[in-house]
Design a protein around this ligand. Structure first.
Ligand SMILES: NC(=O)c1ccc[n+]([C@@H]2O[C@H](COP(=O)([O-])OP(=O)(O)OC[C@H]3O[C@@H](n4cnc5c(N)ncnc54)[C@H](O)[C@@H]3O)[C@@H](O)[C@H]2O)c1
Length: 372
């Protein structure tokens, strides 16, 4: 198979769909790999790394799209990229179609087959191609929160670990899933006193078993949340209700009870945010102040650490990418129902029910689509 990887064109996107290691694996499996010049630069990989891996470097995205059987990317195709997709071509990338009718219609019109990273599943009910980015955002959250807490940034001027004779920062993590667990671990590792609230008792049991005394856990109720808010120097929002907008768990009226200069890091901002006052920000201008409470609400946190994120994503996508290349998408999806769950679009039909419901478009089951 000819595998093509263009340079990402979405603003502020520095990741790349294929690492040199992934390219090398694909070449070792007998496939041809084509990468657009400079595609890996933002993640610290230069053309020579890809050439050494056996990939062919091409000048333009047009060349990649015109030649490749499978396009491997990071972000959803932008309008100019969608025009280059063609019938029978396989697209393997993040899509997030439900809130994006324009992209959905373009993908349907192109006749391509599109497998979305975010809907591929695993045996434990998880989302293996979304998890690495949650791990990155979770581990980054205390780091950016600590920066936000610095006085010059408008924060309270509190050091995460304190010093001998001065107590540590208190960090409240709301939501103990992938983001929350990684955030709590890092915050505790920085020496902060950490509490994680979740609504799932099995999750709280897991956290208690796995992390013991590293941090405390609590059942998320509005009463307990209010109690902890008054004590917190930093609050990390990490809730997710799958398929729904994030619940607004902290209201502006509650800021009066909080410590002035406390930091709110709303990782759930990509689902609308879990603080009433959250609005998406960018890496260029990440924080803002509401009533003396500092908000960090960057919607693509992993982009700040593009190299780590690219390698983490590549580790997760590589086995699927190789299966698709080795067997073709039909056989790969027949052999692996979790990969089939990633099928969103095939030959002009939508194959993912939640997207169809959100956009009012008829859906053909992926099991049926695979036969056409
Ligand atoms: N901003 C970014 O760059 C970025 C990056 C990665 C992930 N995210 C987002 O972070 C959020 C969390 O992702 P995740 O992978 O950890 O999800 P997850 O499903 O692993 O965890 C979510 C947790 O929230 C809990 N929860 C639900 N309602 C709650 C409530 N009312 N109170 C307390 N806990 C509650 C769930 O029980 C679950 O344990 C998602 O919105 C995700 O899209 C953002």
């Amino acid at each position: 198979m000819k595998i093509g990887c263009p340079k990402e064109v979405k603003p502020q996107e520095f990741r790349v769909g294929l690492t040199p290691n992934a390219a090398q694996e694909a070449v070792a499996h007998g496939h041809g790999v084509m990468i657009q010049t400079g595609a890996g630069a933002g993640a610290g990989f230069d053309d020579a790394d890809y050439a050494a891996a056996g990939a062919r470097i091409v000048e333009t995205a047009d060349e990649v799209f015109a030649t490749a059987d499978m396009i491997v990317k990071v972000k959803e195709p932008q309008p100019a990229e969608r025009k280059m997709l063609r019938e029978g071509q396989l697209l393997f990338t993040y899509l997030h179609l439900a809130p994006d009718p324009g992209q959905t219609h373009d993908l349907l019109a192109s006749g391509c087959t599109a497998i979305a990273y975010e809907t591929v599943t695993d045996d434990r009910g998880g989302l293996p191609l979304l998890a690495p980015m949650s791990e990155v955002a979770g581990r980054l959250a205390p780091q950016v929160g600590a920066w936000t807490l610095q006085k010059a940034n408008g924060g309270r001027g509190v050091l995460m670990g304190g010093v001998p004779g001065v107590g540590p920062a208190r960090v409240l993590v709301i939501g103990g899933g992938v983001v929350g667990t990684h955030a709590a671990r890092i915050a505790a590792g920085m020496g902060a006193e950490v509490t994680v609230l979740d609504r799932s008792l099995p999750r709280l049991r897991y956290l208690d078993d796995a992390f013991g005394a590293q941090f405390r856990t609590g059942y998320s109720s509005s009463g307990l949340l209010a109690e902890h808010l008054g004590e917190a120097d930093m609050v990390i929002g990490a809730v997710l209700i799958p398929g729904a907008e994030a619940p607004k768990l902290v209201k502006r009226a509650q800021f009066a009870q909080m410590k002035p200069g406390a930091a709110l890091v709303d990782v759930a901002i990509d689902q609308g945010g879990c603080f009433e006052t959250s609005k998406p920000t960018t890496h260029a201008d990440p924080i803002y102040d509401v009533d003396g409470i500092m908000h960090y609400c960057v919607a693509n946190m992993p982009g700040a650490v593009a190299r780590t994120s690219t390698i983490a994503l590549g580790n997760a996508t590589m086995p699927f990418m190789l299966a698709l290349a080795d067997k073709g998408w039909r056989q790969a999806c027949t052999d692996d129902p979790h990969l089939l769950n990633g099928l969103n679009v095939h030959a002009g039909t939508l194959t993912y029910y939640a997207v169809g419901r959100a956009l009012g478009i008829n859906v053909v089951s992926p099991q049926l689509a695979i036969k056409t």
